[in-house]
Design a binder for this molecule. Structure first.
Ligand code: ADP
Ligand code: MG
Length: 330
């Protein structure tokens, strides 16, 4: 072998060896942490989770207990809950609830009353998604609308009182609140990362590999069941989707869904079929997805700005528009 040829062989081998080394390093860095996967039912919805880290596989994580604990406090159906007691006319001194109500009232004001957690009586009248769902009469709606009005919730410090007949329903924010609690729970854990969906409200927390690659979140297609609209990539954060396809029934060719325009008492007439919100609070992502869905794209843009949130809007013609600094492939 000539000297020149020898050098060239040595160089080729070196290049190959370094390529193999970097491939190994790359795959190690991008390898997922050990993980475990689980689904359960909580808050009347499906919860799916993947948790990553040394302890993950040992199944020590009890997220269901966290969600059930919150549900016991805020479900209007449970007569022992804080919300049920509040709805029955009792003055309640509960700091966390006073704080939640304040935030919801702010969003109500900014949405011109379209978003309003005092819509409980109206929601129960329609009962959409339940066996007794039906179209109420205009008179029934007018009667129940007398009890809707976020401005009449009295909050003094942590003391809350409702006017007689008013019914709070935290359905629009409960799953987001659960995600906030889960974040605190994961923060205090030894896990490396977690992704959890509480009926469509999602928390992406920490990392799933050493390289810190982004979480990939599939967003449901609002018209094709089981299909995805696209994939959202985020570092960490909260993602919530509201749409007219989750709970609805059709009568005479018209779709009646579970998101009510609280200024009217009827399912919101909107140009959207779904909206996904990404931001750094579970409560806000959930509240904003509901509020933005009702308001439609144009009127809801100021809400995004105010809360530093991003959105994926899908209109009735299936046009997708992405607003804000997010990475959505579709
Ligand atoms: P989902 O529960 O399907 O995730 P949302 O987060 O959008 O959807 O919340 C819808 C729920 O919010 C309804 O089932 C009802 O309990 C409640 N709700 C309906 N209309 C309103 C409204 N205008 N303001 C506040 N809450 C509402
Ligand atoms: Mg919501």
């Amino acid at each position: 072998m000539t000297k020149k040829k020898l050098i060239s062989v040595v160089l080729t081998v070196l290049v190959l060896v370094s390529a193999v080394i970097s491939a190994v390093v790359y795959s190690q860095r991008h390898e997922r942490f050990d993980f475990s996967e689980k689904s359960s039912i909580a808050m009347g919805t499906i919860v799916t989770q993947k948790v990553y880290g040394d302890y993950a596989a040992k199944d020590i994580v009890n997220t269901k207990a966290v969600i059930d604990g919150l549900d016991d406090m805020i479900s209007w159906r449970d007569s022992e809950s804080d919300i049920a007691k509040l709805n029955s006319g009792k003055t309640m001194n509960v700091a966390y609830l006073a704080e939640i109500i304040k935030q919801c009232k702010e969003i109500s004001a900014l949405s011109g009353g379209a978003f309003d957690i005092t819509v409980g009586g109206i929601s129960q009248l329609w009962n959409i998604g339940e066996e007794t769902q039906r179209i109420p009469t205009d008179e029934e709606i007018a009667d129940e609308m007398k009890f809707v009005g976020y401005g009449k919730i009295e909050v003094k410090g942590s003391e809350i009182t409702l006017p007689e007949g008013m019914k709070i329903d935290l359905g629009a924010v409960g799953k987001g609140m659960a995600c906030d609690m889960l974040k605190a729970y994961f923060d205090a854990s030894d896990l490396k990362g977690a992704i959890i969906s509480v009926g469509g409200s999602i928390l992406a927390w920490g990392d799933y590999n050493k390289a810190g690659d982004k979480w990939q979140i599939a967003i449901a297609h609002p018209r094709e069941e089981g299909e995805y609209l696209g994939v959202l990539s985020i570092d960490e954060g909260f993602v919530s989707t509201s749409g007219d396809y989750e709970r609805y029934f059709e009568e005479d060719g018209k779709r009646y869904h579970h998101i009510i325009d609280a200024t009217k008492g009827y399912p919101a007439e909107t140009d959207l079929v779904s909206v996904t919100i990404v931001c750094d609070s579970g409560l806000l992502s959930d509240a904003l997805s509901t509020a933005c869905f009702i308001l439609g794209q144009e009127k809801s843009m100021p809400l995004l700005e105010k809360y530093n949130a991003s959105a994926i809007y899908v209109d009735k013609d299936m046009n997708i528009s992405v607003v804000g600094d997010i990475d959505f492939e579709y």
